[in-house]
Structure formats: structure tokens, C-alpha cells
Design a protein around this ligand. Structure first.
Ligand code: SAH
Ligand code: SF4
Ligand code: F3S
Length: 487
């Protein structure tokens, strides 16, 4: 649906291709290699947690002399960081591996060996299968073990064969990551910070509890330390990440368990950190303290990704979501009472087993009632091993197609209406870089819209009031102004 808005936890880009978009993650700009550095090429699919993980894998490999390179052919090590959420995830991996194998063979013929690693959620779910079908893969590692990557690289070199590590280790990877200023944030104005991982909710359709393991939160001190390092390196906006980020319950410095509201409050006092976002939230964990934080903490941005999946109580129950459609409506009301300018975004699934026309209409009704600024919508896709995969009354593909079209048309209308509704307002824009045209800068509105403004390079990293003059399909254009009128 959108291509240039920064999406919430989930999608790298387009709603329909979510999970299959690739991006160059690795954090630091890929460039020519200096001296004896080894090239590292990272291919990242899936959600923002994978983007974050790719950046951290780059950090972990840096002391071994690896630096990011643009092209796989220049890489001494290639990591394919995979996503398992929908569709023929494993097939996509094998087809990409086929391509990478050719590169590896070409390099080998030139006397330049390549370490090929598969990471992420497909590695976790299908690690053995990968080694069997693609024996030229050197390393298979799950999302919980990337801190062990240097050891695996050494083992792979010693063994001259493949190494697999898809444990759910007792130690937390976060405790084993390099302490140095997070280099992936160098020069970046915005950054992701994973605070929570895994999921115990077991929605009927979803693989995440099986690929990412049980829910676990990082200790507050570790999060604050990373956030401080980010702020010192110029980051002004942090997006806290977690599959259920609002279920965060990290050990505080006082020995007590802190929730996300308290964590956000502590983060908001870090000098230089102007903005905090978090994603993805579950409606069930949207506690009153967190809602109140949206009222009390100006740094918490007025944009919330709160996936609802369906507007039918029958389907919500079958999905094991743990709330009703009206409970969701009430939650939205409370959020809007707390922060009247809050914009909502969501994920939807059409065609979950058992979904009737009436159920689908209930979803459309919920969308009309709430009004979303942005949304991602998907056709239900069977994930082997999940409860819904074997459920009776699977919905026909053609019906899913029709429903998705109708749903996306409505959501597109709402997104356009939302973007139109901010035209004329003056809002603080955080400038993140240069625009496409000379003399043009791009920034981010409080509602996650890209905003193009004419201005100097010195704006990068600065938040300035901007009058929003015009909207395009996924972005806005504005003019710098002196005073910020209340929005
Ligand atoms: N933890 C988040 C979702 C993470 S997965 C939450 O509970 O909301 C991101 C999105 O992918 C989900 O919100 C859902 O809309 C979609 N999704 C997950 N499994 C899917 C499946 N089997 N078929 C279609 N869409 C799916
Ligand atoms: Fe998947 Fe549900 Fe967990 Fe979200 S809450 S990650 S949809 S099981
Ligand atoms: Fe995909 Fe794993 Fe994220 S399955 S959506 S990469 S948690």
C-alpha cells in the first residue's frame, strides 16, 4: 500500500509483498572497502526486528574485520536474514540461495572464498532442511544466536563444513553484544532499538511464537545504555521494537519490573532524544499506564500501530486474539481521549479459516468506525504447524482476493483522507536527510509521514516547525516556519 512511509514493526515496504522485500541493512553505509577489510553483504527480509538484527550482526562481525559492501560479488561473507511470516517463505529462500550459490562459485574460481549464512526466522524453523537442500550454505543461525556468530564463523572455517545454531539459549543475546557506540546508528537521525522479543500469544495463524520463542524483555539498564549511545551518536528518534512491545516487562535498576510506559518516561529524559515510538503493540497489552503516557509524554509520538486483524468477534476468537471488536473500539476511544491527535495504524488479515461475508463486513465496519491513517492487509496464508493451518472451512483464494481488494480500497481512502487532514497544519518535522531534488530536505512528521521541504543541509538531525502545504500519495510537502502552532 505504501512504499515510502516508514512502516511499523512489520513490513519493509509494500503491504502485498511484506516479507519478501529486500533491503540493505547492516546499518552503516555500504561503501568501498578500506585496506584489508573483508566484505559483508547483508540481505534483509521481513520485519523491522530483522532490520535491527542485521545491523547488530554487522556490529558483531566488525571486530573480525568485516565491513558492509553493496554487492554480493564483493562479499567475503553473505548473510541472508529471512522471514517466515507468509506464503512460500522457504521456497523464496531456496531460490535466493540458488542465486547466491552461483556468486559463491564464481568467487571460488577466482580464489576468493565466501562464507554463506542463512539467519532469521526461516533458518530457525527450517534449519536442518536448509543444510540438506543447500549444502553449500556454511552457517545457519536463528534469531536468538547471532551474538555467537564470530564463533560460528571460526567453527565453519575449522570444520570446513556447515554449522547450525538454532538454539533458544538461556543467555540473552543482548548481554553479549558489543558495548561500543552502536556504529549502525552513526549519522542516522532515527534508529530502531529492540527491547522485547518473542511471543507467547499463539494467534491461530502465526509462526512467530515458533520462530522467535517465548516472550522476553531486555533489562531497563541495557536499553537505556543503548539509547544513550544512540543519542550521543546523533539519533533523535528511537523506535522501540518488539513482537509485542507493549508487553515489555524488563527488570528495572530498582529491582522491580518496569512496563513500557515507565521505560518510555526514562527514555524521554535522555538528552538529545526528542521522539519515541514503539511497535508492534497488541491490543491486549495496551494498559492504562501506557495510554496515560501518550497524554503525559510529549516525546511519545502521536502515531500508534495497533493491529486488530479482524472486526468480527467470531474470527477474533478463532484467531485467539483475546479481545472483541468493541473492546478495540473502546481502546481507540481511550487513546484519543488521552492524545486527541493520535493517528492509528493496523494490520488486517482477510480469509482466515471460517471467515464469512458477514465476518468480513464486520471488519469493514470496524475500519469505518475507527478511521486508520495507515494499514497493512494480507490474505490469510497457511503456515504449517499453526492451529489455523488444519482448521476446517478454509476460504477460497478468489474470495480472499475480492475481500482484500475491497478492504484495501477502503484503507487507501482513509489514508488519503488522513494525509489531506493534516494539510494546512503546522507541525514539528524531524529532518532525516536530503530529498531527491537539489536543495530539498526530507523529514518525518509526528504521524510518520515523509515531508519534503526546501532548506539547507544543516537541518539534518533538527526538529523544526513546518507548514504542511500539500499531500502526495505517500508523502507531504511543506515550508519551514518560525513558530509551531498547536496542532
Ligand atoms: N505481533 C504482531 C504481529 C506480527 S506479524 C501482532 O500481534 O499484531 C505481522 C502481521 O503479519 C500480523 O499483524 C498479521 O496481520 C500478518 N500475518 C501474520 N501471520 C499471517 C498469516 N499466516 N497470513 C497472513 N498474514 C499474517
Ligand atoms: Fe503472532 Fe499473535 Fe504473537 Fe502477534 S501476538 S506475533 S500475531 S502470535
Ligand atoms: Fe518475519 Fe520473523 Fe519478523 S517471521 S515478520 S522476520 S519475526
Amino acid at each position: 500500500m505504501t512504499t515510502d512511509l516508514l512502516p511499523p514493526l512489520t513490513q519493509n515496504a509494500d503491504a502485498r509483498t511484506y516479507g519478501s522485500e529486500s533491503s540493505q541493512a547492516g546499518g552503516a553505509e555500504a561503501g568501498p572497502l578500506a585496506g584489508s577489510a573483508r566484505g559483508l553483504h547483508m540481505i534483509t527480509w521481513g520485519c523491522q526486528m530483522n532490520v535491527y538484527d542485521s545491523a547488530r550482526m554487522t556490529d558483531v562481525l566488525r571486530p573480525l574485520g568485516y565491513a558492509p559492501v553493496e554487492s554480493a560479488s564483493d562479499a567475503d561473507m553473505i548473510i541472508l536474514n529471512t522471514c517466515h511470516i507468509r506464503d512460500r517463505a522457504a521456497e523464496k529462500v531456496f531460490s535466493e540461495l540458488g542465486r547466491l550459490r552461483l556468486i559463491k562459485e564464481e568467487r571460488k574460481a577466482d580464489g576468493r572464498p565466501t562464507v554463506l549464512a542463512v539467519a532469521g526466522c526461516v533458518a530457525q524453523a527450517e534449519g536442518e532442511q536448509i543444510l540438506k537442500r543447500a549444502p553449500y550454505v556454511d552457517i545457519v543461525l536463528g534469531p536468538q544466536t547471532y551474538h555467537r556468530l564470530p564463533e560460528m564463523v571460526a567453527r565453519a572455517a575449522r570444520a570446513g563444513g556447515s554449522v547450525i545454531d538454532t538454539d533458544f539459549p538461556a543467555e540473552q543475546k543482548f548481554d553479549f553484544l558489543p558495548e561500543a557506540a552502536a556504529p549502525q546508528t552513526q549519522g542516522n537521525v532515527t534508529a530502531f532499538l529492540t527491547v522485547q522479543e518473542g511471543c507467547d500469544k499463539f494467534c491461530s495463524f502465526c509462526v512467530v511464537p515458533y520462530t522467535r520463542g517465548a516472550e522476553a524483555s531486555r533489562a531497563v539498564a541495557s536499553v537505556l545504555a543503548e539509547a544513550r549511545r544512540m543519542a550521543e551518536s546523533g539519533v533523535r528518534e528511537i523506535t522501540l521494537l518488539g513482537q509485542n512491545v507493549n508487553a515489555y516487562h524488563g527488570e528495572g535498576p530498582d529491582g522491580r519490573i518496569w512496563g513500557l510506559a515507565r521505560l518510555a518516561e526514562a527514555l524521554s529524559s535522555i538528552p538529545g532524544l526528542a521522539r519515541i515510538r514503539y511497535t508492534t503493540s497488541h491490543p491486549r497489552d495496551m494498559g492504562d499506564d501506557l495510554i496515560a503516557a501518550h497524554r503525559d509524554l510529549p516525546a511519545l509520538m502521536p502515531f500508534l500501530h495497533l493491529p486488530v486483524q479482524s472486526g468480527s468477534d467470531t474470527i477474533l476468537k478463532a484467531m485467539n486474539r483475546g479481545h472483541t471488536a468493541d473492546e478495540y473500539r473502546r481502546l481507540v476511544e481511550k487513546l484519543r481521549e488521552a492524545r486527541p491527535d493520535i493517528a492509528l495504524s493496523s494490520d488486517f488479515i482477510v480469509g482466515h479459516p471460517g471467515e464469512t461475508d458477514e465476518d468480513f463486513e464486520a471488519t469493514m465496519a470496524l475500519i469505518r468506525d475507527v478511521g486508520f491513517a495507515l494499514a497493512y492487509s494480507f490474505k490469510y496464508s497457511i503456515r504449517p504447524g499453526t492451529p489455523a493451518a488444519g482448521a476446517p472451512r478454509q476460504v477460497a483464494e478468489t474470495v480472499k482476493d475480492e475481500r482484500l481488494q475491497a478492504l484495501q480500497a477502503l484503507l487507501r481512502e482513509q489514508q488519503d483522507a488522513f494525509n489531506a487532514s493534516v494539510v494546512g497544519l503546522t507541525a514539528p518535522v524531524l529532518f532525516t536527510g536530503r530529498g531527491r531534488k537539489p536543495g530539498q530536505m526530507v523529514g518525518r512528521s509526528p504521524w510518520l509521514q515523509p515531508v519534503h521541504v526546501d532548506g539547507p543541509d544543516t537541518l539534518i538531525g533538527v526538529e523544526r516547525p513546518v507548514r504542511l502545504d500539500a499531500r502526495f500519495s505517500n508523502s507531504l510537502a511543506g515550508t519551514l516556519v518560525k513558530e509551531c502552532a498547536p496542532t
